[in-house]
Design a protein. Sequence first.
Length: 359
Amino acid sequence: MYFAVLGKNPEISMIELALVQAKEISYPKKGIVIFDTKYSELLPQLWWTIKIGTVVKEKDLQELLKEVKIIWIQNEANGKHLKRTIGIRRYKLVDVFHTDREIKSKGKEIINLENGLYGIVEQYQNIEVYETVDFGKPGRSMDMGMMPAKLAHMMINIWLTNVIHHSDLDIENLIIYDPFVWSWTTWMLANHLGYDFIGSDIKTNYAEQNATWRKTTKFYTPDKQFDIFKHDITEKLETQLITGETKKNLLIVTEWRLWPIVSKTTSAQDIQKFQRQVLAIYKSFLERIQELSVWGLKPSAIFTIPYYAHQETSWGTNNNSLEKDISDYGTQIGLHIESISEIYGREWQNVGRKIMIIK
């Protein structure tokens, strides 16, 4: 059995967990899930969960931790109990939803689950990758899209949950495309995960600047191809996406910017105006996906749209017609679009992200 500490968006975490076809699921504590899987080799891909590990009985801890000099535990009473009953030498306290760099190098983190069961943490979110991509790249600006690296990774994983167990799909030859490439965040995650990539945008100067820098980081995978070209999403595509042998499995992972800035004093009329601007861009985006289908590719897509918080209630729906308008337009031109109900955002933010999927 395995366990996972879910992220701040538990519904999204559970969707990603479907990548390993989790079964026999139980919830011993809020934000923690116990499960079994026959695809344990895929667990290292689940970066959206905060922590992942194996579930053991208390009586087995002594043997499993005999070479461990220090453990991290969530409360002092439990630490004292383990020290008394199984001979733990030393313990320190850590919050179950936080990570600590020292833990990874000096000991093991133990989580008290339920009924004499404990979790031994074996895997943490790769925060170093996210921090490097989000804050280390030289070419970035508040005037452009700022999709977090963690979100890009999670979106790729969510798409994979729908296809990775289908034998008729060639995941090895998957190519990821971002038509709003901006500073190349999606490429950095796609490359690190081992996928070929192509990107386009109306301006490519930030992406070109970051491409050179990206090759100097330890997260760069040199044997994966990547390319970029200038393109205005409102104009028809040429054939740049077909290079060499035709890639039949094309995944589009993207986000247009959440611009303009919205505050609590922004009027409903202004928000409606912003939504019309975003809708116009995404209509063109959906039309480009249709063009790719005409070329013989098999495009699918996962993307985000802005989701505006209501002035009086958290994540209200009164000001959000954009999701329905995009879905309706997709249906009109022959695309099936689904949405994830949970909003990627924080309570204090005025704009979150709604995740939409074209299968």
